[in-house]
Design a protein around this ligand. Structure first.
Ligand code: ATP
Length: 306
């Protein structure tokens, strides 16, 4: 397994405050990695350190095989990554194309390489309809597409995205998110993402949850769901007292709200077994799958164990 990122015992202190408290993790090359946490958990601080923009207090970090803060390695790290922050860095007065080409030139790309790379980013981010427009006149979603394209113009191995879809309307968010996923899948680029949208984290290969500067949970979305979320079944009985009697006889814990009984099930198959047993009593039912939202809420309320 090749790692795009290796972090060991990373700490960041702002004066008296320890924003990152000795975290360790790895990110597999070519994977989609989601970094989650409530506001102030230390996500942006960590990303800024990995991107060489902020000095770590201690710990070791390797990005694309280069060691952070070792002789010339920070320059090599910067060349091998692309970064999209919450705040845009593009010039409002230049067109989208001018902004992106200008950025490409700072990497010393030849004219031919620049054109090829521009075509590449333009295809993925659908720039044709906005490339001649001044960045300052674009909508939020159009700006985001241009921001991501700018970060990709030198074809980095890792793309860092700090809340790429925050503030976008649902349709635009879907569009930007699709572009990111397609890029990751088709180009085998590593994508390191922070997000508050759990449906985005649900398709990541690996998820880390940060709380107050420490890792409180990590794993694949499926593993986290198994550990911190559960499936449930909502049942409406023909007759409530008969339903309650059946639940109690079978020692099944339940909650009831307006005649809808909610029980925990281990899996859809488990739900099926229960349904078969009580078929004649049940008027309707629904199996509700555990989600990443449940995982996040569970970890945030009780704290997970990494
Ligand atoms: P958000 O989701 O709101 O972006 P985050 O998880 O990215 O939050 P950080 O921005 O990394 O969190 O902040 C982590 C902690 O460090 C917070 O308590 C924040 O107030 C503090 N912090 C961040 N930057 C500084 C700074 N320059 N000086 C002092 N404290 C800071």
């Amino acid at each position: 397994m090749t790692f795009a990122i290796q972090v060991e015992n990373l700490c960041k202190q702002y004066g008296d405050q320890q924003a990152v408290k000795g975290i360790s993790f790895t990110v597999e090359q070519g994977s989609l990695f989601a970094f989650l946490g409530a506001n102030g958990a230390g996500k942006s601080t960590t990303i800024e350190i990995l991107c060489t923009l902020l000095k770590k207090s201690s710990g070791t970090v390797k990005v694309n095989g280069y060691t952070l803060d070792a002789s010339n390695d920070n320059a090599e790290i910067r060349k091998s990554i692309g970064v999209v922050f919450q705040q845009s860095l593009l010039d409002e007065r230049l067109t989208v194309r001018e902004n992106i080409i200008h950025r490409g030139k700072t990497y010393g790309l030849s004219k031919q390489q620049l054109n090829e790379n521009y075509q590449f980013v333009s295809t993925y981010l659908h720039l044709a309809d906005i490339e001649k427009r001044k960045y300052g006149t674009l909508s939020g979603g159009q700006k985001r597409r241009a921001d991501i394209a700018r970060a990709l113009i030198h074809r980095p191995k890792i793309l860092f995205l700090d809340e790429p879809t925050t503030g976008l309307d649902p349709q635009t968010r879907q569009f930007v998110w699709q572009a990111i996923k397609q890029l990751q899948l088709e180009t085998n680029m590593t994508v390191f993402l922070t997000t508050h949208y759990m449906e985005e984290a649900a398709v990541a290969h690996q998820v880390i949850v940060l709380k107050e500067g420490a890792i409180v949970a990590e794993g694949t979305p499926d593993a986290l769901k198994t550990k911190y979320a559960y499936d449930s079944m909502a049942i409406v009985f023909h007759n409530n007292s008969e339903g309650i009697q059946w639940l109690e006889e079978n020692a099944i814990s339940y909650t009831e709200n307006l005649g809808i009984f909610s029980i925990r099930v281990e899996s859809t198959l488990h739900a099926l077994t229960l349904l078969k047993k009580a078929e004649s009593l049940i008027a309707s039912f629904e199996v509700i799958k555990g989600t990443m939202d449940d995982v996040f809420l569970h970890i945030m309320s009780e704290g997970g164990v990494a």
